[in-house]
Design a protein around this ligand. Structure first.
Ligand code: CTP
Length: 136
C-alpha cells in the first residue's frame, strides 16, 4: 500500500488559446507532484489587468481539463488570494514560469516556490495577433 502523502502543485495564469508553451509548463509542473491545480484568471480579473483573452473562462477551463494534466481548475479573481488558496487547498508547491522570477518569493512562507523556464518563441499574445491578422 502506498502511504506517501499526495503532493499538490498549484499554478496560476490565463492560458488563453492554449499552446505548446502552456503544455510544457503544465507537464513539468505535474511531474513535481501528484495533483496539479490551476488558478485560472477570471474574465473580470483579466479585464482588471487590461488583458483581453480570446477565449472565455469556461473555454479556457475546458481546454486545461482536456489536457488531463490538470486535476482541478478554480477562478483567480484578485491578486491577493494566493496565500489563502495555498492554505485552503493544502498546496505543497507553487509553480510559475520564469517570466515571474522572484515576484512570488513571499509565498515561500506558505509552501515551496518553483519557477520553470518559459518556452521561447510562443505566447498567447503572439497567437492572438496572428489570428487577428489572418482574418482581416
Ligand atoms: N508560459 C511558458 N512558456 C510560454 C508561455 C507561457 O512557460 N511560451 C507559462 C507562463 O510562464 C505562465 C503560464 O505559462 O506560468 C501561463 O502563462 P500565460 O500568461 O497565460 O501565457 P502567455 O502565453 O505568456 O500569455 P500572454 O501572451 O497573454 O501574456
Amino acid at each position: 500500500m502506498n502511504t506517501q502523502p499526495t503532493k499538490r502543485i498549484l499554478t496560476y495564469g490565463t492560458f488563453d488559446v492554449l499552446h505548446f508553451g502552456h503544455m510544457r509548463l503544465l507537464t513539468r509542473a505535474r511531474k513535481l507532484g501528484d495533483k496539479l491545480l490551476v488558478g485560472l484568471s477570471s474574465d473580470s480579473f483579466n479585464a482588471m489587468k487590461g488583458k483581453q483573452a480570446d477565449w472565455s473562462y469556461e473555454r479556457r477551463r475546458e481546454a486545461l481539463l482536456a489536457t488531463r494534466l490538470v486535476d482541478f481548475v478554480f477562478p483567480e479573481t484578485h491578486w491577493e488570494q494566493k496565500p489563502g488558496d495555498i492554505a485552503r487547498l493544502n498546496i505543497d508547491t507553487f509553480v510559475m514560469g520564469d517570466d515571474w522570477q522572484g515576484k512570488f518569493d513571499d509565498l515561500s512562507a506558505h509552501c515551496d516556490v518553483v519557477y520553470l523556464s518559459r518556452t521561447p518563441g510562443i505566447s498567447s499574445t503572439l497567437l492572438r495577433n496572428a489570428m487577428r491578422a489572418a482574418v482581416v
